[in-house]
Design a protein around this ligand. Structure first.
Ligand code: AMP
Ligand code: GLY
Length: 424
């Protein structure tokens, strides 16, 4: 099977690493790939914002399956364009991807099937938004309706800050993405990310992971795209898993099929768990980054037949075999991230880290410069490790991180602290 993998971050390096282990694979193309991924697949560069360019490449090269890593190409209609051309695509059409790209759509679908999520209102006008805000209690949660590169959620402690967020967003802070805003109830609890693959009808559940969104130790500092992750997720018990599937994932997938826009791909449910009940924080139309990297390390069976089956309406009868090990991931980021940071510093020691027991390093933001490897982003490397338990996985990931010589980078020293504390 010839596969084209779209994306070039740590998530895509992990997906490519796993796909490349499949005996079914005859050729892997990566678009655009990265220095880690380009060892595994053949790099190609199309205009990723232009679905037609990707369709043309797939046709010319007789690609059997396109696997889409990030959400932006899905929002641009890549899934629609590929399916219209008769090419199998792992990733939803633009309409179904609105579960991620429009928070008001997500809320409306949840309401239609009674899926548990924060109570909310959607507004395009400041007066009505502020009146609704005054019926809520602090802290106030204000979200841009559309994609805002992870920056579209404000949690405000005071009415004044919340009013200011409403004014800024509706004045076009995130362009069209904040022409509408969603104000919602603040949910308490512990977060976990759960993933399920679907062909629009059949659902194949995966496992859950937890990530750390804050930049600094102690879960302090600014929000980031994720500074580390681990699995199993202690809060995600068998009971929570069943409730999540029955109350959230299954009814939402069925509702989209009923509306004539079946969801094909991986559905990422960001959950808030409290008192034995899961509630939905957000959906994403893709794998989580960095959670995906852990999932790929813990999946024992072949991923490729499942991706292909999901993309071709044949998921029934497919299954996964998961390792009983634990997995952990430490993100190495450039000094200054998530604020301003420099690109171009030299990184050494990736081979040494990869030689450590249980460690695999995925590239997230690097570039090759002759024989040198240089930083080329905010989140630069993902050091993953597996181990017999969470303690061993975390220790091994830190042994890997310590082998990397990169003075201009930093990482959190407390990934998985909740899991470790619970295990004491
Ligand atoms: P989102 O982009 O919707 O995932 O929001 C980013 C983060 O904000 C989430 O991972 C939560 O930590 C937090 N968050 C979002 N919505 C809520 C909510 N209604 N209650 C509490 N925390 C929230
Ligand atoms: N790890 C959070 C995300 O991928 O959105």
């Amino acid at each position: 099977m010839k596969v084209l993998l779209i994306g070039g971050g740590g998530r895509e390096h992990a997906l490519g690493w796993k796909i490349a282990q499949s005996p079914l694979l005859s050729k892997l193309y990566v678009d655009p790939g990265n220095p880690g991924l380009n060892h595994i697949g053949a790099p190609v560069t199309t205009d990723m914002a232009n679905p037609r360019a990707i369709v043309a490449f797939a046709q010319e090269n007789h690609v059997d399956l396109v696997v889409v890593g990030p959400e932006a190409p899905l929002a641009a209609g890549l899934g629609d364009a590929l399916r219209a051309a008769g090419i199998a695509c792992f990733g939803p059409d633009r309409d179904a991807a609105r579960l991620e790209t429009s928070k008001s759509f997500m809320k409306e679908v949840c309401a239609a099937v009674d899926a548990p999520t924060a109570a909310s209102g959607t507004f395009a006008e400041a007066g009505a938004a502020k009146a609704f805000l005054r019926e809520q209690t602090a802290p106030y949660v204000i979200k841009a309706d559309g994609l805002a590169a992870g920056k579209g959620v404000i949690i405000a402690e005071s009415l004044a800050d919340a009013d200011a967020a409403i004014d800024e967003m509706l004045a076009g802070q995130f362009g069209a993405a904040s022409a509408e805003i969603v104000i919602e109830e603040f949910m308490e609890g512990e977060e976990a990310s759960f993933f399920a693959i679907t062909d629009g009808e059949t659902i194949l559940p995966m496992i859950a992971a937890q990530d750390h969104k804050r930049a600094y130790d102690g879960d302090k500092g600014p929000n980031t795209g994720g500074m580390g992750a681990y699995s199993p997720a202690r809060v995600f018990t068998e009971e929570i898993r069943t409730k999540t599937l029955e109350r959230i994932v299954e009814p939402v997938v069925a509702e989209l099929a009923r509306r004539g826009s079946p969801y094909v791909g991986v559905l990422y449910a960001g959950l808030m768990i409290k008192d034995g009940d899961p509630r939905l924080v957000e959906f994403n139309a893709r794998f989580g980054d960095p959670e995906c990297q852990i999932l790929m390390r813990l999946l024992k069976s072949d991923l490729l037949p499942v991706l292909h089956a999901a993309a071709t309406g044949a998921l029934q009868g497919q299954s996964f075999d998961w390792s009983r090990d634990a997995g952990a991931l430490v993100v190495m980021a450039a000094d200054g991230y998530p604020g301003a940071y420099e690109k171009g510093s030299v990184i050494r020691g990736v081979d040494e880290a990869n030689a450590a027991p249980g460690v695999v390093v995925f590239h997230a933001g690097t570039k090759k410069d002759g024989d040198l490897l240089r930083a080329n982003g905010g989140r630069v490397l993902n050091v993953t490790a597996t181990g017999a338990d969470i303690r061993e996985a975390i220790d091994r990931a830190y042994t890997g991180a310590a082998a990397i010589d990169w003075p201009e980078g930093f990482y959190r020293r407390d990934i998985g602290w909740r899991a470790l504390e619970a295990g004491k």
